[in-house]
Design a binder for this molecule. Structure first.
Ligand code: IMP
Length: 198
């Protein structure tokens, strides 16, 4: 098997785009579930990002046993809301457009002084070697008073990054990748893969 061919276990186009732009320059051939004609019909029953990430990766690995599978479970954790929406970031107000979901987070912080938040990404790797791996990356910031910028996806326009001095919605793809939760988790995955390639 070519160790550099990976399938990303997601239907989220925003995530897929980020994985492609980070993994392709490293020499990986990245395919999506659509490319593989596989549907993800997995219930996220885990209580943590790590558990849900492994659940997704295992489910796809069972369908594509000869491929290297990478899955990501990620979300926004708002500290004054006890870490909400956390693992429910995609399911919170499901079916509603992101502008409304972002506004709902801003509204919930109306009377709160603490606007700190972080994104977490748990990236699983299965089928590369005999082990199952999970790499976790985090990035810290603040929930802005209003949405700014239209880059990225999901909650990016309300996440102000002190590292970048702008919201992820205002950041270029390269800027976001350099400090993002997913960029940081991928860096660890990349180091692991590089250290273990034959
Ligand atoms: P998952 O697909 O179940 O892992 O849900 C991830 C959800 O978390 C996304 O649909 C977004 O709502 C949110 N999220 C995760 N990563 C990001 C990001 O990089 N930017 C903005 N929102 C994100």
């Amino acid at each position: 098997m070519d160790k550099k061919e990976v399938v990303i276990a997601t239907t989220n186009q925003g995530k897929l785009k980020e994985f492609k732009r980070m993994l392709e320059p490293l020499g990986f051939k990245v395919s999506s579930l659509a490319d593989e004609k596989v549907e993800i019909d997995v219930e996220e029953t885990g209580k943590t990002f790590e558990e849900n990430s492994l659940i997704k990766a295992c489910c796809i690995h069972a369908k594509l046993p000869n491929k290297i599978i990478i899955a990501d479970d990620s979300g926004l954790e708002v500290h004054a809301l006890g870490g909400f929406p956390g693992i429910y970031s995609a399911r919170f107000m499901e079916g509603q457009p992101y502008p409304l979901k972002r506004q709902a987070i801003i509204d919930r912080l109306k009377d709160k002084e603490d606007r700190s938040a972080n994104f977490t990404s748990a990236i699983s790797l299965i089928g590369f070697d005999e082990e199952e791996h999970v790499f976790v990356g985090k990035t810290f910031g603040f929930i802005a008073n209003e949405s700014s910028g239209d880059s990225g996806f999901g909650y990016d326009p309300i996440f102000f990054s002190p590292d970048l001095q702008k919201t992820f919605g205002q950041a270029s793809p390269e800027e976001k990748d350099s400090v993002s939760h997913r960029g940081r988790a991928l860096k660890q995955l990349e180091e692991y893969i590089k250290a273990h390639l034959d």
